[in-house]
Design a protein around this ligand. Structure first.
Ligand SMILES: Nc1ncnc2c1ncn2[C@@H]1O[C@H](COP(=O)(O)OP(=O)(O)OP(=O)(O)O)[C@@H](O)[C@H]1O
Length: 619
């Protein structure tokens, strides 16, 4: 996205997106500022008509004509200003919506590591502030930079008509005063930033102290911390004072320039008037325009300082949010065409940091409808395999094919639509249960959502929620238990109805009842689908078709669970026995049975028990 490369491009992009509106706005602002200068000129005509005519009928007419012009211009100026403000408001609000939508779209296209490096809250804030920065910049440029410039040009034209030398001197003073103020203002920003930073430190300290109030009291540290706070507050005050002094210095400079220039032009104009070279009206317009120019110089300087500040905020945000996407669809990538559900890894090498691969040339093929358990020690790379199937990352070398289509050759959206994933930690939105399940398939009817929830074993606990399916689950689903969240995740997978299901077994222990409910939901989900399941409790994959044992990013065993258990020196058998031993040592009643289902043995199907018997018999 080229328009995210620099603040100027960003600004131009969104102004160009509504060319007519912004052109009209520019025209209104320029005409309003020109009218303001016209008002001064009409005043001069009025004064001249009043002082020169001596009461003759023609002169009185001239007075009324000048008066009419004066009033019309005053009305035109305020009407145009109101129209400009209204149109500006409308344009910035509309652009603000577009900016936030575009930025959300772009932001969510970043790869997962981007979100691990940035805090979600700060990203959300930055997207909002981009729209604010754009609005502020357009406002400054149109409402605060353009009017003083138009005033300057208008005043210059009038001055040239009266006295060219005078016009030259005033123009030079305008430029010099603006330049000095801008320069000083920009230098002052260092102090404002230093103050903002110190104020942030003070705020952070206060939050930290109040948050740790127990420690403060328990260690009798109130006085000590008060003294420490005093030191930090003094530093903040020093930074604040420096900022103030700077502002006052700029104001002082401006006041001096104002006094010298107004006095100078007044003395000069009155001298010219007494010599009969200029009219009384000329004196009036010279003085009022000098005032306007000086005010203009100050407003322009302030607006330019502010504009530069806004540009640097925009730049800072674009540098973070606008970095190029690292995982993109191939140009003209077709949509994935779902097939029977085969998954193939071809010599896949992968590392989150390519310099440190964690999967080393992985190769396996899962035929459609097969249930494959992936087991191995922590950190072996099991979850990473599931990440690669969904193309959250691309392998450093090798290929992953789903239904014969390389994952990096089809669009990411279509690929993800064809795969259902039940993660370790099911994330829920602060929305109703109904909306959370329907998230998997937005066009699903209420009835379909209910059926998915029933199949996943959610129906009972949902019925007990205060408002059933309409209950809000709390931020990140905090009002539901771990097991309930998991079942909502399974319901989502049911609703998605994809041929390929990926399961990443939760490591956190669920209570017996929840675990049984989750397990039952999963068993129903797996029927007739290709399943790749990362399992920590080996019992959960005992009735699977196949097990892949992964160690340090390599497949060390591949076969049916019963066959692997039968291998005397097998890794799967070793892991199984290790779990069995752990359970027996825990000295619980019926240790063998407990092993099979982790802490949720009771009620597990016969096949699992048969596998257990096989394992225990070999011991
Ligand atoms: N997002 C990430 N960024 C960087 N490194 C990661 C990331 N996720 C995992 N890793 C590292 O990659 C390696 C494999 O992790 P992975 O989660 O695939 O292992 P696992 O076998 O699923 O482990 P566990 O059983 O503990 O979940 C680990 O060394 C881990 O620290």
């Amino acid at each position: 996205m080229r328009f995210l490369e620099s603040p100027v491009r960003f600004l131009i992009h969104y102004v160009a997106a509504r060319p007519l509106g912004f052109l009209l706005l520019g025209a209104i602002v320029i005409t309003a500022s020109a009218s303001a200068i016209g008002v001064q000129y009409a005043m001069k005509l009025l004064v001249d008509a009043m002082t020169q005519g001596g009461g003759a009928a023609g002169a009185v007419n001239a007075v009324y004509v000048a008066l009419a012009l004066f009033i019309s211009l005053v009305v035109a100026e305020s009407l145009l200003q109101r129209c400009g403000a209204f149109l500006l408001g409308h344009m910035t609000v509309t652009s603000g919506i577009q900016i936030r939508l575009d930025m959300f779209d772009y932001l969510t296209g970043h790869q997962m590591p981007f979100f691990q490096q940035q805090r979600a809250g700060s990203l959300g804030h930055r997207i909002g502030s981009l729209a604010g920065n754009f609005g502020a910049l357009v406002h400054r440029l149109l409402m605060e930079v353009t009017p003083p410039l138009v005033t300057f040009v208008g005043a210059l034209v009038i001055f040239i008509a009266i006295d060219q030398r005078m016009a030259g001197v005033l123009a030079a003073i305008f430029v010099i005063v603006t330049a000095i103020l801008v320069r000083h203002g920009l230098r002052g920003h260092v102090h404002h930033r230093a103050f903002a930073q110190k104020a942030g430190v003070v705020g952070g300290e206060l939050v930290d102290l109040i948050g740790n109030i127990w420690v403060l009291k328990a260690f009798a540290a109130r006085q000590r911390e008060l003294d420490r706070l005093r030191g930090i507050l003094k530093e903040e005050a020093t930074a604040q004072r420096k900022g103030w002094f700077f502002v006052e210095r700029v104001r002082g400079l401006y006041d001096i320039a104002m006094a010298v220039m107004v006095a100078g032009t007044l003395v000069w104009a009155i001298g010219r008037w007494s010599a009969g070279a200029v009219t009384t009206g000329d004196v009036v317009i010279i003085v009022t325009l000098t005032f306007r120019m000086l005010h203009g110089a100050r407003d322009l300087a302030m607006a330019l300082i502010d504009t530069s500040q806004q540009f640097s905020y925009l730049d800072e945000t674009l540098e973070i949010v606008g970095v190029p996407h690292t995982l993109t669809d191939a140009p003209d990538a077709p949509a994935f065409v779902p097939g029977a559900g085969t998954v193939r890894f071809d010599s896949v090498v992968f590392g989150y940091d390519p310099a440190r691969p964690i999967l080393h040339g992985l190769g396996f093929e899962v035929p459609a409808g097969q249930k494959v358990g992936i087991v191995g020690p922590s950190g072996a790379g099991k979850s990473s395999i599931l990440q690669l199937v969904q193309r959250f990352y691309d392998p450093d070398s090798g290929r992953i094919l789903i239904d014969g289509q390389p994952t990096d050759a089809v669009t990411q959206e279509s690929l993800k639509q064809a795969i259902a994933m039940v993660p370790q930690e099911v994330l829920l939105f602060h929305r109703s249960v109904m909306e959370n399940i329907r998230f998997a398939r937005p066009d699903a009817t209420d009835e379909e959502v209910r059926r998915a929830a029933e199949a996943a074993g959610c129906a009972d606990f949902i019925a007990e929620l205060p408002e059933g399916y309409d209950s809000i689950v709390g931020e990140r689903g905090t009002s539901l238990s771990g097991g309930q969240r998991q079942r909502i995740g399974i319901a989502r997978a049911f609703l998605k109805d994809a041929r390929i299901v990926l399961l990443d077994e939760a490591t956190s222990a669920l209570d017996t009842e929840s675990e049984l409910a989750v397990q039952a939901g999963l068993e129903r989900l797996m029927v007739g689908r290709t399943v790749l399941a990362v399992a920590h409790r080996l019992s959960t994959i005992a009735d699977f078709d196949r097990v892949l044992v992964v160690e340090r990013g390599r497949i060390v065993e591949d076969g049916a669970p019963q066959a692997l258990l039968a291998r005397e020196d097998g890794e799967f058998r070793r892991l199984w026995l290790l779990q069995a031993q752990g359970m027996e040592l825990s000295d619980m009643p019926e240790p063998r049975l407990r092993l099979i289902g982790g802490n949720a043995m009771t009620g597990l199907n016969d096949r699992v028990q048969a596998v257990w018997r096989l394992a225990s018999g070999k011991r």
